[in-house]
Design a protein around this ligand. Structure first.
Ligand code: NAP
Ligand code: MG
Length: 402
């Protein structure tokens, strides 16, 4: 056995919950540790540990990602009322991804992992649609209240000293209702736009961005203006010489154009649009299990993860002692993305090469017909009969090709 690949800087490893926590361990044991002398700084973001530490561990993990520059994260539970009960939580802790995004202030890029034999539900899509989700603000950092009939809600802006500068009535409630306050920051939108322009240039993809500026004449319009200003002042020439373009249009129009397109575009989305549309795009490309995701901060820090959740239904089967056929591809991509980036930053070509070989082995395994159950209904390839493998058998099949 040749010597394992050595690492210099540790990866920030953020463990998670349920079925993905199980896959996490197996991926490391079967696909990484036999080949790489893995160096990580480990943070357990599993829900019991977040509860025990009053969620401090999530913040510490995010600051470690800032310090070291590259993190790999397992899917985690975002608690709701039912989870508070199930895990006997001290309180309903916030979404770890929300906390990490708030600290790193980055942009999430999600790209489908394309293999031969799995045709997208939208037959025209030939190339990946990469979705960039603005990871700050809007409803994810909102303030909400219920309002009773007869009460009023206002939008009040104060100066530094707290003196009222403006007051506008949102609504005088004729019946019981709800109200919400959302915000965003010019700097955050600008760094979002900048990371999208940079990603488009690096990957030679046109960039599309849509918002609802006709209805939201100040809020969404600000997004549009910031993108346009930055494009004109810093990116236009570089885009033109790279043979790509930037297009802004209404979000509805973008959705229609995306469906008609053949893919091969970077689609920049506001936070909520990105949350929803990334699930649509991922599903249309085959499976949530085939969508990779990376958070890129304006300071150049990277956090790699799978786009899907903790696959709860499979976990309960696993707890019952049953085998599951859970797709580990997106979680493997989180590891390969992080290892390759670490290798690139630390000048370890062997690590970059290992990551590429591991991805190749995964793709070859699926293209040869061995895959998890979620992919079977969509797999169509001349002369290849798909075979459904259990979670660990799939990892072993990949290992045998490494
Ligand atoms: P989910 O875990 O993504 O699973 C939804 C369904 O999609 C699964 O039940 C499964 O369908 C299918 N699926 C997703 N990933 C799969 C995979 N790798 N292999 C095979 N099938 C897969 O979403 P959820 O059920 O809405 O959420 C579960 C938990 O995850 C929640 O507590 C939520 O807070 C958390 N979550 C975390 C993240 C994150 O950390 N990034 C993201 C989303 C959700 P079948 O059951 O039909 O097989
Ligand atoms: Mg979503």
């Amino acid at each position: 056995m040749p010597a394992k690949i050595a690492m210099k800087t540790p990866l920030v490893e953020m463990d998670g919950d349920e079925m993905t926590r199980i896959l996490w361990k197996w991926i490391k044991e079967i696909l990484i540790e036999p080949y790489v002398d893995l160096k990580t700084e480990y943070y357990d973001l599993g829900l019991p540990e977040r509860d025990r530490t009053d969620d401090k561990v999530t913040e510490e993990a995010a600051y470690a990602a800032k310090k070291y520059g590259v993190a790999v994260k397992c899917a985690t539970i975002t608690p709701n009322a039912q989870r508070v009960e199930e895990y006997k939580l001290k309180q309903m802790w916030k979404s770890p991804n929300g906390t990490i995004r708030r600290i790193l202030d980055g942009t999430v890029f999600r790209a489908p992992i394309i293999v031969k034999g799995i045709t997208p539900y939208v037959p025209g899509w030939k190339k990946p649609i990469v979705l960039a989700r603005h990871a700050y603000g809007d409803i994810y950092n909102s303030v909400e209240a219920r309002v009773n009939a007869g009460e009023s809600a206002y939008l009040v802006v104060c100066d530094k000293e707290g003196n009222e500068l403006s007051r506008r009535q949102i609504k005088q409630f004729s019946g019981d209702g709800i109200v919400q306050g959302v915000h965003n920051l010019d700097d955050s939108v600008r760094s979002f736009a900048r990371s999208c322009f940079n990603y488009a240039l690096e990957n030679k993809m046109p960039l599309w961005f849509g918002a609802k500026d006709t209805i939201s004449k100040i809020y969404d319009h600000r997004f549009k203006d910031i993108f346009n200003e930055l494009y004109e002042s810093e990116y236009k020439e570089r885009f033109e010489s790279a043979g790509i373009y930037f297009m802004y249009t209404l979000i509805d129009d973008i959705v229609a154009r995306i469906v008609r397109s053949e893919g091969g575009v970077l689609w920049a989305c506001k936070n909520y649009d990105g949350d929803v549309m990334s699930d649509m795009v991922a599903t249309a490309y085959g499976s949530l299990g085939m969508m990779s995701s990376v958070l890129v901060s304006p300071e150049g820090n990277y956090e790699y993860e799978a786009a899907h959740g903790t696959v709860t239904r499979h976990y309960y089967k696993y707890l019952n002692g049953e085998e599951t056929s859970t797709n580990s591809v997106a979680t493997i991509w989180a590891w390969t993305g992080a290892l390759a980036k670490r290798g690139e930053l630390d000048g370890i070509p062997g690590l970059v090469d290992f990551a590429k070989r591991l991805e190749r082995a995964v793709i070859d395994t699926i293209e040869s017909g061995q895959m998890t159950g979620d992919l079977i209904p969509q797999f169509r390839r001349e002369g290849v009969a798909p075979e459904k493998l259990e979670s660990r058998a799939f990892l072993r099949a990949v290992a045998s090709r490494l």
